[in-house]
Design a protein around this ligand. Structure first.
Ligand code: G3P
Length: 225
């Protein structure tokens, strides 16, 4: 399962990449708008942090399929072949996906709130499909269950696609889909930090440090005793 960062803040991306086993960075137009910077300027900086092998996700905003395809061509030419264009799962988006598939450009289906959107995007050749877990929860439905349903439909249909589940607001939502074995999750930095934030873990590590200091002296480690 891949883990991506759902943010465009370069300081946060650097810190999370340094600490955790991260595979890429996803953005959307709202995330880019929060940086207040020029889109390709910030995206190239992100690319330089994650390297050529890191997957970078960038959303098209055109209202029609032809415009989305034109955006995808520019996104890849500016940001490299490991950049995937996020295409909203609306009627013009599905048309764009079929065109991108024919052209051999990589893309994912995004803005997914229902299982049928996810299934259709996978059928159009999307490498990933991105259900918005927390936003679905906020509508009074079960975002984790919708995501599992999409995963199951893809697997049972034998389609070559998988989830890039998105819009997480807590560890439990992430854990449920990690346990289910989805293809990828994209998670905001504060939620990634929360995955291992636990007083019991900190207490256990502090006790080990204190006990070892009692044995060999304060500040000494296995490297210098
Ligand atoms: O990038 C798409 C998705 O992750 C949006 O998340 O936090 O705006 O619901 P959020």
């Amino acid at each position: 399962m891949k883990l991506c960062i759902d943010d465009a803040n370069v300081e946060k991306i650097r810190r999370i990449y340094d600490l955790y086993p991260v595979d890429g960075v996803s953005t959307n137009p709202s995330i880019l708008a929060r940086t207040g910077r020029k889109p390709y300027e910030i995206l190239k900086e992100i690319r330089s942090i994650i390297g050529e092998e890191g997957e970078l996700f960038v959303q098209a905003v055109s209202p029609d399929a032809e415009g989305m395809v034109e955006e995808a061509r520019k996104i890849v030419s500016e940001l490299g072949r490991t950049t995937l264009t996020k295409i909203p799962c609306v009627p013009q988006g599905f048309k764009a996906m079929k065109m991108l598939q024919a052209e051999g450009l990589r893309f994912i289906g995004t803005a997914i709130y229902t299982p049928m959107q996810g299934f259709l995007a996978a059928k159009c050749g999307a490498e990933y499909v991105a259900p918005y877990v927390n936003r679905i929860d906020n509508m009074g439905f079960d975002g984790v269950q919708v995501s599992k349903d999409i995963h199951d439909a893809i697997v049972r249909s034998g389609l070559d696609s998988g989830l890039l589940a998105a819009s997480f607001k807590n560890s439990q939502q992430v854990l449920e889909l990690v346990k289910y074995g989805v293809k990828a999750v994209t998670v905001a930095p504060d939620v990634i930090d929360g995955l291992v934030k636990n007083a019991a873990i900190d207490g256990a590590v502090a006790q080990f440090t204190e006990d070892f200091a009692g044995l060999v002296g304060e500040g000494r480690t296995m490297a210098d005793c």
